[in-house]
Design a binder for this molecule. Structure first.
Ligand code: RIB
Ligand code: CA
Length: 314
């Protein structure tokens, strides 16, 4: 039976492919897409979610916009990584998929209340919407099967020396989520950096011979240019689809149990995820932490999902 999920995202090149993986792979049932400010402003991330659904032929999946700023600190977008539009590279047609009028938090709450079984939340962005959901509707925690998020890192950061972008953009929200007691899996930079979109991967998308395959290759080409410029990566790591892959087949992403806390007060380390992989401190396990990616299986599923969507929208 497909796992019912909601993606909470900030498209964003890797968010875009996470949406495609969730919509194109039969192992998950994408119930909704919610957007939040992060890579770009809420207006842009929401427009980009509509663009992705339009080009991928994803219909019948409600899109709802959420929070337009972090809980406490001001928003700092990542135009240097994802461009001014948040999805630079391809030219997108006018979106034909609209948003629903509900706030993202209210849509997630309604689905959690109405769906016949617990739902998995897959945040691939700052955790502002998820923290607000848990605060506004505390009873929803029992209706969440698990939270499988892209964020944090067991090692260094990518927005400060110590902090990863999604957590560093809204540390207070991440702290609420990691303390919530909801079953949680963290897919951090340490594992997403194993999902490198190499030239061979781009060729697999191009060789699909579909408009969507070409769009994915164009997205990855732009993403590769910024990752090369900013971090000297030969190939860009495709972060967000790793969280979706964990849901569709846990064998693709190996995890270990650990205590994870979010640093809120460190002068140099605010927004860091402090992952106790070796039980140094007497704090309870509160997360599964992803450590190894079966990269070949991952890319097979990613390319197959885009192929499936491309056939549907052809
Ligand atoms: O640090 C990587 C994360 O930040 C990804 O979710 C990417 O889309 C950006 O949001
Ligand atoms: Ca993202």
């Amino acid at each position: 039976m497909p796992v019912p999920i909601i993606i909470d995202c900030d498209p964003g090149h890797d968010d875009a492919l996470a949406i495609m993986l969730a919509a194109g792979d039969p192992a998950v049932d994408l119930l909704a897409i919610t957007t939040v400010a992060g890579n770009q402003t809420l207006e842009k991330t929401t427009l980009n979610a509509r663009r992705v659904c339009t080009v991928a032929g994803i219909t019948g999946v409600p899109i709802a916009a959420g929070c337009d700023r972090p809980l406490v600190q001001p928003l700092a977008v990542a135009s240097d990584v994802h461009g001014v539009s948040g999805l630079d590279g391809p030219r997108f047609p006018e979106p034909t998929v609209d948003v629903v009028p509900e706030h993202a938090v209210d849509l997630i709450h309604r689905i959690l209340t109405e769906h016949p079984e617990p739902v998995t939340l897959v945040p691939t962005a700052p955790l502002t919407n998820i923290a607000l959901l848990l605060t506004r509707y505390p009873g929803d925690a029992a209706r969440i099967r698990e939270i499988v998020l892209m964020g944090g890192s067991t090692e260094r950061g990518n927005r400060s020396p110590a902090a990863e972008f999604n957590v560093q953009t809204d540390p207070e929200a991440a702290d609420i989520v990691f303390r919530s007691g909801v079953p949680l899996t963290m897919c951090g930079l340490n594992v997403t950096h194993q999902a490198l979109a190499t030239r061979e991967v781009l060729a697999r998308f191009e060789d699909l011979g579909t408009e969507l395959g070409r769009t994915c290759a164009e997205l990855l080409t732009f993403f590769a240019s910024t990752y090369r410029t900013l971090w000297g990566f030969p190939d860009p790591p495709l972060h967000d689809p790793v969280a979706v892959a964990r849901v569709l087949d846990p064998q693709i992403v190996h995890c270990v149990e650990a205590n994870v806390v979010v640093e809120l007060h460190g002068r140099y380390t605010r927004g860091a995820t402090v992952v106790d992989l070796h039980r140094y401190v007497d704090r309870p396990v509160n997360a599964l932490v992803a450590v190894t990616l079966e990269a070949e299986l991952f890319w097979d599923r990613m390319v197959a999902a885009v192929a499936a969507l491309g056939r549907r929208s052809a």
